[in-house]
Design a protein around this ligand. Structure first.
Ligand SMILES: CC(=O)SCCNC(=O)CCNC(=O)[C@H](O)C(C)(C)COP(=O)(O)OP(=O)(O)OC[C@H]1O[C@@H](n2cnc3c(N)ncnc32)[C@H](O)[C@@H]1OP(=O)(O)O
Ligand SMILES: CC(C)C(=O)C(=O)O
Length: 567
């Protein structure tokens, strides 16, 4: 890279529009959308789509709700020509979709292009020639008048040919290619001349597409350019102003949004931003940005994953995991504080309320994404995410202090492996930590009885693998159990809830226990169809976790019961 880039590059000059109005405007309705996936998108693939892939995209675009679909450049290849014929002959566009095609401003190409559209119900004939100074000089070797004449002669030819195909409802479209690099007064001069030839009027509107063929400046500059054209073009009421931003500077979405604020009526782009170089503007992002502001975009992305998989199949290009709205990771939070806020936001939300869940600009469910993908756990995660997954996937609503305790066990695994853990992995850690401990004590069975107004329990357990029967009396079942067990453990807190419904319902009990004389409470968890059994398992599990803090010899001494007493 150069030490002084000014030796090679110059800044884009500001537009002289001191009374610009667009910054105060708000987009309150969607523009007309035009998908150029099958043209600009298709021309920028390693392998252009074959007819089967093109048809899949076309049919999907119709289902999504596009009414303007640029389906190819029929003069360029037999594949494109044949595809346009197939769309028309098989009536794939129905009554309200306009098939659009592109051609250069060259007589033989225009003739061939018009031929491809024979019999179409609604068609948009789109032609272009570049108007920017470097194209005038380098590509066309023409002065301004010569370049303007290329446009007007083609406009005339198109009008004449269209008159010979009256069965079609025609819309004409012109693009001064590289509008973004064209002097505004010259762009206006050419466009005014073209709309004059076409006699643009409110009854017979034409489309004037103002492409940022190459994105050369900040998006506010494009908005100024659009507002200037919007305010200065002749026959404005007979013109649909269309935008066609490319993403060279990474700001195509912003440019399109500001361009619509500046007076544009229509936006051309591709799904997920396919297209030449860095791509065309991403129509999915634009539409869902509108949706997030409460404006119906008129495009249906309620099954966005399906759209993504189809586009990936047809373009043979992957979608980035961080791509807005659709990427695998965009509704995912790994970090603890994000997970905590999302979990609380989802829990606080009531059906029908305005969406205000932290960190999530829209409800993932609205685009067919599931909540499971929102929270993922790795070493950056905290108790919020871990407990969210356990609750969402396994119905376990851990008490807060248990969340803190258990997150340390998960953190240890994520730190050791450096990897993400799934909900199933987390449940596995939970099982290992709380549900499957059988040393030194293992619950076998119990019966309850009354004795002189006291609660009695007859308990069978295995202690260090040896089965024994114990009895105890107390104020309630847990108190009776503690007397029967006779281990140095105190029960501090108790929580329970049901898991599942109906015949398969089970109870889960969370018991916070302490070891007599030792600081640091610890949890035990039990799950069983019977609520008393669940709580006994939880107490015994808690006692086992207390015991684990000691050496084998100490465990025998403290938890050995009669065995220990006999020694
Ligand atoms: C910004 C965009 O994305 S525009 C769309 C671009 N897409 C495509 O080009 C894909 C389809 N195009 C093609 O397959 C080919 O270009 C074809 C088949 C249409 C034409 O091929 P060729 O006849 O070999 O011409 P090529 O495309 O190389 O163009 C060169 C000539 O066309 C002229 N030309 C290029 N664009 C235009 C235009 N929009 N209007 C008028 N003339 C043009 C050039 O000045 C050049 O003229 P010259 O031969 O007198 O120097
Ligand atoms: C033909 C035009 C609209 C184009 O694709 C561009 O300028 O990028």
């Amino acid at each position: 890279m150069l030490k002084n880039p000014a030796e090679k590059y110059r800044p884009f000059p500001a537009i002289n529009l001191p009374d610009r109005r667009w910054p105060n405007n708000v987009i309150s309705k969607p523009p007309i959308w035009m998908s150029t996936d099958l043209r600009d998108g298709n021309q920028a693939l390693f392998e252009p789509m074959n007819a089967e892939r093109k048809m899949r995209i076309f049919e999907m675009l119709v289902r999504i709700g596009f009414k303007h679909i640029e389906a190819g450049f029929p003069a360029a290849s037999e594949t494109d020509f044949g595809f346009i014929r197939q769309l028309i002959e098989e009536n794939k566009a129905g009554d309200d979709v306009h098939i659009e095609v592109l051609t250069q401003a060259r007589p033989e190409l225009i003739t061939r292009t018009m031929e491809s559209l024979r019999g179409a119900k609604n068609a948009i004939l789109h032609f272009y020639n570049a108007t920017a100074p470097n194209f005038r000089e380098i590509v066309f070797n023409q002065g301004k008048q010569g370049v303007k004449a290329i446009a007007t002669e083609s406009a005339r030819q198109i009008k004449e040919l269209a008159a010979k195909q009256p069965e079609t409802n025609w819309t004409f479209q012109y693009s001064p290619e590289v509008f973004s690099g064209t002097e505004l007064d010259f762009a206006k001069e050419v466009v005014d001349a073209v709309t004059e030839v076409w006699d643009a009027n409110p009854e017979r509107k034409v489309i004037i597409n103002l492409p940022a063929t190459v994105e050369m400046a900040t998006p506010n500059v494009y908005a100024d350019q659009i507002e200037w054209m919007h305010r200065n073009l002749k026959r404005r009421d007979g013109i649909i102003i269309s935008l066609h931003p490319h993403n060279d500077r990474g700001t195509a979405v912003a440019a399109a949004e500001l361009g619509v604020m500046a007076g544009a009526d229509r936006v051309e782009g591709c799904l997920f931003g396919h297209g030449e170089r860095t791509g065309n503007v991403d129509l999915v992002t634009l539409a869902l940005n509108l949706y997030s502001q409460g404006v119906d975009p008129g495009l249906d992305f309620s099954q966005i994953n399906e759209v993504a998989r189809t586009v990936e199949y047809c373009t043979q290009l992957p979608i980035h995991p961080r791509h807005p709205y659709v990427g695998d990771l965009v509704f995912t939070a790994f970090s603890g504080s994000h997970q905590d806020a999302i979990k609380k936001g989802l829990a606080a939300r009531k059906e029908g309320e305005i969406w205000e869940v932290p960190y999530l600009p829209i409800d993932p469910a609205d685009v067919g994404r599931t909540y499971e993908s929102i929270i993922r756990v790795n070493s950056q995660s905290g108790k919020g995410g871990i407990s969210y997954l356990l609750e969402a996937e396994y119905g376990l609503a851990l008490p807060r202090r248990l969340q803190v305790e258990f997150s340390a066990a998960v953190q240890k695994v994520t730190d050791d492996t450096g990897k993400e853990v799934s909900a199933a992995d987390i449940y596995g850690i939970f099982e290992r930590e709380y549900l499957t401990l059988t040393e030194p004590l293992e619950y076998v069975s119990h019966t309850l009885f009354d004795e002189n107004g006291k609660q009695g329990v007859k308990l069978r357990i295995r202690r260090f693998g040896v089965e024994e029967t114990l009895t105890g009396l107390g104020n309630g079942p847990i108190d009776a159990l503690m007397h029967a067990l006779n281990v140095p453990v105190l029960v501090r807190n108790y929580d329970e809830h049901s898991l599942g419904h109906g015949a398969d319902a089970r109870a889960v009990a969370y018991v916070e226990v302490a070891e007599d004389g030792v600081p640091g409470d610890i949890f035990g968890v039990g799950i069983d169809p019977n609520i008393i059994t669940a709580s006994f398992k939880a107490v015994i599990g808690g006692a086992n976790r207390v015991a684990k803090r000691h050496s084998a010899a100490d465990q025998k001494a403290r938890f050995g019961g009669k065995l220990a007493a006999a020694k």
